[in-house]
Design a protein around this ligand. Structure first.
Ligand SMILES: Nc1ncnc2c1ncn2[C@@H]1O[C@H](COP(=O)(O)OP(=O)(O)OP(=O)(O)O)[C@@H](O)[C@H]1O
Ligand code: SF4
Ligand SMILES: [Mg+2]
Length: 355
């Protein structure tokens, strides 16, 4: 496998605009060690293994994939909570992976994270006012001490919560309200980029749409760029300008919400889509269900060539030998339909409706 195959050039999601975030060949391997006294490395978990994309100001990239494919690791790398094994994360042209100290803190102000679980990510012993105002302790320059209470009230209002409730504790709020607190905290420093790691998956379905709508409104009002992570394509489809489908640490397919949802060409995406339950029985099984067999392989020992090949019904010998690059497939280069978009498959094609 050549590095060119493993690490495609960034596929542009910025629609021609100057990228705010530019991620190139991002890799994060966790060492696997053995032994108690003499710990030696016996391998590595390839959690993120060659991810590239760009994100423009005010735009949204959705990232979807099954559990363990590297989504949260990618999120932590983007906000600087972890350093990559290799690769670059450029924010406004500057590689943030090499920064430390004050320079890193300054950049991190602009790239904030919303965590998956609003039940565990908020300190139960702090009031929500203190939680939302905590970033000001790390970045005192963002709000002079005398202004902080006012800023916290503004932030509560911004996310649709009662400013009078600043002195309450997290357990006095519902799940949806707690996630609003998490969002307010992420916005305290007025970031340009918000990375939201499964922001609604811990919430009741009835509340999910409200939180997604809030995120949309905040994006419009504040001009935020989002990376929104989900395991379900339906969550990100309507809020994303671009969607990246991840499998075992890599992007399998990349395109607009419409391209991915209605014109998927990668077998893995097609399988993900066919697994989405369709409530209307007349539509059920339209296009035929694809039942994925076999477990997801371990990221410590991924298959050679195409990582999806052990579960792919179209796999051939070529798939075991050559890793397909993430690029517009040659066979679709002149296709006039939305099927023409990057797909890391040697045999990329859309599914016939009655296939
Ligand atoms: N700190 C760590 N040390 C070792 N392995 C790790 C670490 N963090 C994550 N991993 C492994 O890296 C892989 C990717 O994990 P990650 O949490 O990024 O996946 P995910 O897509 O967010 O999954 P989920 O949908 O379950 O949240 C998994 O195999 C996980 O066990
Ligand atoms: S490259 Fe081969 S194994 Fe991989 S998705 Fe395409 S057909 Fe399947
Ligand atoms: Mg995760």
């Amino acid at each position: 496998m050549t590095s060119a195959e493993a690490a495609p050039r960034p596929v542009t999601g910025s629609g021609g605009a100057e990228p705010l975030l530019e991620v190139t060949d991002l890799v994060r391997h966790y060492p696997l060690t053995r032994g108690v006294l003499l710990r030696r490395q016996v391998g590595a978990v390839r959690a993120v293994d060659g991810v590239s994309f760009t994100l423009a100001a005010g735009r949204t990239l959705g990232v979807v994939g099954e559990s363990g494919c590297g989504k949260s690791t990618l999120a932590r790398l983007l906000v600087g909570l972890e350093r990559p094994t290799s690769g670059l994360v450029r924010y406004r042209g500057e590689d943030i992976t090499r920064l430390s100290g004050r320079a890193l803190r300054a950049v991190r102000r602009n790239i904030q994270m919303v965590f998956q679980d609003p039940y565990t990510s908020l300190n139960p012993r702090m009031t929500v006012g203190d939680i939302i105002g905590e970033p000001f302790e790390i970045h005192p320059e963002a709000a002079p001490r005398g202004d902080r209470r006012g800023r916290v009230r503004e932030l509560l209002e911004l996310v649709g919560l009662d400013p009078e409730h600043a002195s309450r504790y997290p357990h006095q709020f519902s799940g949806g309200q707690r996630q609003r607190v998490g969002i307010a905290r992420a916005l305290a420093l007025r970031p340009e980029v918000v990375v939201a790691d499964e922001p609604v998956s811990a919430l009741d379905v009835s509340v999910q749409a409200q939180v997604v709508n809030l995120m949309r409104r905040l994006q419009d009002e504040l001009g935020l760029a989002y990376v929104v992570i989900a395991h379900d394509l339906s969550v990100v489809r309507h809020i994303s300008d671009q969607v990246a489908v991840m499998y075992l640490g890599r992007i399998a397919e990349y395109g607009t919400g419409e391209q991915i949802h209605d014109h998927a060409t990668h077998p893995y995406t097609q399988a993900l889509l066919s697994a989405v339950p369709v409530p209307d029985p007349r539509l059920r099984d339209r296009g035929g269900r694809i039942l994925l067999t076999g477990d997801v392989p371990s990221p410590a020992d991924p298959p050679s060539g195409c990582r999806f090949r052990t579960r792919c019904w179209k796999a051939t010998g070529r798939c075991a030998e050559q890793a397909p690059p993430l690029a517009v497939p040659a066979a679709l280069a002149d296709d006039p339909t939305p099927a023409r978009h990057p797909s890391a498959c040697h045999y990329a094609q859309t599914r016939a409706p009655d296939a």
